[in-house]
Design a protein around this ligand. Structure first.
Ligand code: NAP
Length: 239
């Protein structure tokens, strides 16, 4: 059995990534924070070849408890693919932004990255094989007004990707990031799609499956010499 963990695997991009990794032969651990029903739907879509794993990625103690529990139940195995996908946005101009919204977005992305990656890294190094793919955003490359919290979080995740890639490359663990533009998920509900797509050369939002195809490639053995990269997937909406 080969195991992969997708944070925020219950919906949107994370669900599509779970499906892709399932097609690639992985047992998929589907993390979610509160939407158990959606996570169960993802599990059904991958024919039950995985398990649900509830925790808030920002809660270090909860992450440790869940992952140590998994390790205790699978003493001979390890999680060789980690997709740090869980993310939220709490948009506002900085002048109106509450500290709680600043903190929640940074904690989910950056503490989430630390908590889950730190827990899974050592077995990857010991086995001399691992794939870590971080889901960042165009917002973390370009900076978008109304998203100083989200841009800071995703930009920080890009920097962490590049730093960690250099720490672990010799052990055949790769660390890359994907940076989607606008993708059809719950996260973009309420955005003015008709206006926004005028600026996208492909003239449309992307689909979660298109992002999952890229994540799947970076998570595959074929991507063994790619590390520390940030690959945009945005229909030509360059910075
Ligand atoms: P989504 O449909 O809103 O789904 C978010 C997922 O993250 C859900 O599975 C949710 O779990 C989970 N989640 C949120 N907070 C969490 C936490 N604290 N701990 C564990 N899981 C948590 O979002 P999406 O559009 O698929 O976004 C996925 C990733 O892509 C995010 O990192 C987002 O920033 C990034 N992204 C999205 C777009 C876009 O246009 N959609 C563009 C660029 C980047 P529950 O179901 O339990 O709530």
């Amino acid at each position: 059995m080969k195991y992969a963990l997708v944070t925020g695997g219950s919906r949107g991009i994370g669900r599509a990534v779970c499906q892709k990794l399932h097609q690639m032969g992985y047992e998929v651990l589907i993390n979610y924070v509160s939407n158990r029903e959606a996570a169960q739907e993802t599990l059904a879509l991958i024919e039950g070849r995985g398990e649900l794993m509830q925790f808030d990625v920002a809660d270090g103690a909860a992450v440790t408890a869940a992952l140590e529990g998994w390790k205790a139940a699978h003493p001979e195995e390890y999680i060789e693919v980690l997709v740090n996908n869980a993310g939220i946005r709490r948009d506002n101009l900085l002048i109106w932004m509450e500290q709680a919204d600043w903190k929640k977005v940074l904690d989910t992305t950056l503490d989430g990255f630390y908590n889950v990656t730190h827990a899974l890294l050592q077995p990857m190094l010991l086995h001399k094989y691992g794939r870590i793919v971080n889901v960042t955003s165009l917002s973390g490359i370009k900076g978008l007004p109304g998203q100083t919290n989200y841009s800071a979080a995703k930009g920080g995740l890009i920097a962490a990707t590049k730093a960690l890639a250099q720490e672990v490359a010799r052990k055949k663990v790769t660390v890359n990031a994907v940076a989607p533009g606008f993708i059809h998920t719950d996260m973009v509900e309420g955005l003015d799609e008709a206006t926004l797509k005028k600026d996208i050369p492909a003239a449309r939002f992307g689909d979660p499956g298109e992002v999952a195809a890229l994540v799947g490639f970076l998570a595959s053995p074929d991507a063994s010499y790619i590390t520390g990269e940030v690959i945009s997937i945005n229909g030509g909406l360059y910075t």
